[in-house]
Design a protein around this ligand. Structure first.
Ligand SMILES: Nc1nc2c(ncn2[C@@H]2O[C@H](COP(=O)(O)OP(=O)(O)O)[C@@H](O)[C@H]2O)c(=O)[nH]1
Ligand SMILES: Nc1ncnc2c1ncn2[C@@H]1O[C@H](COP(=O)(O)OP(=O)(O)O)[C@@H](O)[C@H]1O
Length: 223
């Protein structure tokens, strides 16, 4: 689908709810640029800068990176993408971040993945990531063709330090206290669309259908 107007969306959901997996499908099907806050932070950590060390200390404890640092990083990334359509994955995670985003961009739709915490814990401990690209695998759900290696580049996959069970518990707590209020923020603006389920393959057709309808409407309005 070729979009005639810029379309900007956010994907929200607890850690492990499938944001990265669904974002990959949305970006492939609808051509939105996928911007992941977690991937952006991990690139800084890989670069081993002073900022990277500060970020790693928050992430390894399962805590959120401070709002001012996070908003500055994401907004500068968005500015660099210019006038394109995008899908923001992992940002905003607090109401203050949502307000910073609003001050600079208007968000057309927010996709909320509502997946029970019970389902999530099992998934995260079997997640494998290709750090340079952000491609995600799972030993049960979508295993790589060769165990431990990325399908596209053949490079090694890693297990994220913050996917340890005790850190996952802390991340779910941060989600409950700091990110859930963001749902209310977008609900009151009338842009929130919630998709509930325990399996990405069952949730995905509903998201796909919703975006097809929504984006055809955006195109018609411009035509
Ligand atoms: N078993 C199972 N695993 C899934 C499903 N959807 C995604 N995953 C895996 O669960 C993990 C978390 O998904 P991810 O997209 O990274 O979630 P995010 O943390 O919200 O970005 C990854 O290893 C995925 O491959 C699913 O429906 N079932
Ligand atoms: N918007 C954000 N605000 C603060 N911290 C963030 C944000 N996005 C990511 N982080 C930090 O990076 C970690 C990993 O994020 P992410 O890769 O999006 O995790 P997940 O895919 O499991 O939801 C988070 O647990 C948090 O410490």
């Amino acid at each position: 689908m070729v979009l005639q107007r810029v379309f900007r969306a956010v994907i929200l959901g607890p850690p492990g709810s499938g944001k990265g997996t669904v974002s990959g499908r949305i970006s492939k099907t609808f051509g939105l640029k996928h911007i992941s806050s977690g991937d952006l932070l991990r690139r800084h950590i890989e670069a081993k800068t002073e900022l990277g060390l500060l970020l790693k200390s928050c992430i390894d404890l399962g805590q959120l990176v401070p709002d001012d640092v996070m908003s500055r990083l994401i907004l500068s990334d968005l500015r660099a993408t210019g006038q394109s359509s995008w899908l923001l994955d992992g940002f905003p995670r607090t109401v203050s971040q949502a307000e910073s985003l609003d001050d600079n961009y208007s968000v057309d739709k927010v996709i909320n993945l509502n997946v029970p915490f019970q389902t999530i814990k099992q998934r995260l401990t079997s997640r494998w990531t290709h750090l340079p690209s952000g491609r995600i695998y799972n030993t049960d759900f979508n295993p790589p063709q060769v165990p431990g290696f990325d399908d596209v580049t053949g490079e090694a996959l890693v297990q994220r330090d913050d996917d340890k069970p005790e850190t996952v518990t802390q991340r779910l707590k941060s989600y409950e206290t700091q990110t859930q209020p963001v749902l209310e923020y977008y609900r009151s603006k009338g842009v929130l669309e919630t998709f509930t389920g325990t399996e990405t393959n069952k949730i995905w057709p509903h998201i796909e259908e919703f975006l097809h309808r929504r984006l055809s409407y955006v195109n018609q309005k411009v035509a």
